[in-house]
Write a protein that binds this ligand. Sequence first.
Ligand code: ARG
Length: 242
Amino acid sequence: MKKKLALILSLSLVLVMLTGCGQSGKTLTMATNAEFPPYEYHDGTEIVGIDVEIAQAIADKLGRELVIEDMAFDSVIMAVQSGKADIAMAGLTITEDRKESVNFSTPYTTASQVIIVKEDSDITSPDDLVGKRVGVQLGTTGDIYVDDIEDATVERYGKGFEAVQALLQDKVDAVMIDNQPAQVFVSQNEGIKIVDEAFTVEEYAAAIAKDNTELLDQVNDAIAELEESGELQAIIDKYITD
Ligand code: ARG
């Protein structure tokens, strides 16, 4: 009889432990798309970059263990909505449309959409994109903007880098992408350049599920602290040098 009781007790203990592990209290799961240097990219087997380090600093402040979920860029918002991830950080631009699906933290940096062309291109400003074939990463703000350009053909790629490959192979006339990854891709390839005039100015922020206002407050507090202490700028400066 005693044995049976002990068995039941230990079984229920195991159950409690198992369910305890599944709670989001211990980990902070971040949805991202690690194809976006210097914000998130693969370095060997590791995923590194500005967003990863900011997320790590936030997780440290919250006493939670950071877990990175690498996925297609156009899945990161859904991952947060469905609860698969607690937070999305992916060089993610705040847009009115996205605000209908998720909450955004306070922005932690600004960015812009720029145009990459071949060095001898006749495209010298955003206005010249009319009627051109423009490569973008699927589901990005670049994708949305190019879609609005008169007569432009949007060629969508899973990775920004693949859009740049298409430009090098003359499959597209230009690529629209965020300024920092653009600089990285241009520095890694011969014969392409960034058009002087930027297309937009945007802000990057972390996305959090609408119903998780507790985490939103915590993340906003953490970002404010990181800003104040200079840690945020130090992380950015580590990856971006002008
Ligand atoms: N800033 C753009 C957007 O929010 C592009 C972000 C792409 N990020 C990435 N990790 N691939 O749509």
